[in-house]
Write a protein that binds this ligand. Sequence first.
Ligand code: SAM
Length: 213
Amino acid sequence: MTEESEDQFSGAGAGRMDAIAKGPFAPIYPVIARQAIEICGITEGRCVDIGCGPGHLAMALATASDLEIDALDSSADMLEIAELNIREAGLTDRVHPVSGDVHDLPYDDGSVDLIVSRGSLFFWNDRARAFSEIWRVLRPGGRTFVGGGFGTAALKAQITAKMREIDPEWEVKAAKRLAPANQDAIRRDLETAGIPSSEIHEDEAGFWIVMRK
Ligand code: SAM
């Protein structure tokens, strides 16, 4: 995690992320969960949501599939909130909070069927290393849905309007993260990591790295 994100995702920052996820962002998680399932075609087995934050994508995926899901994050404060949210949603049998870092994933080689991650890769210190870790733990036949996005163009517009009131700098930061230049940098990192089979799937509200092992 970068220094900037350490503040952003710990203490009061973790609470703010939860409030945003339960407020303006709330409608995007079920939409993104459906997109991940549709594009990756994986509905059972082991899934890891990397940089799960308060756990909303992991919970939406559990609701939409038979996957067993690890909600993994490097921030202890985020995981504490995720644990509460998972308990409140009655999903403790299917969604398990896990402390971990994308640069050194706590999984055996070839042991994970589906890896999802939303809005986290923008904060990784060494994306190439993270990508090779993700590839290492994917099972043959496994897929990833790793990136950033807001579900649909209409949801993105709605969120942008609400976020303008909460954080005037948010719109510029979000646009930079999703910009073609950033996607090009990500393509270079995938190449550096030596990922043999991946594509960047761009939709109307973001982009997703789909690796196919
Ligand atoms: N995925 C959640 C969502 O969409 O609501 C949270 C997104 S939040 C913008 C980014 C998350 O990535 C934070 O919870 C942060 O702690 C986590 N994160 C950042 N760097 C990480 C790393 N190196 N390993 C694991 N998690 C990381």
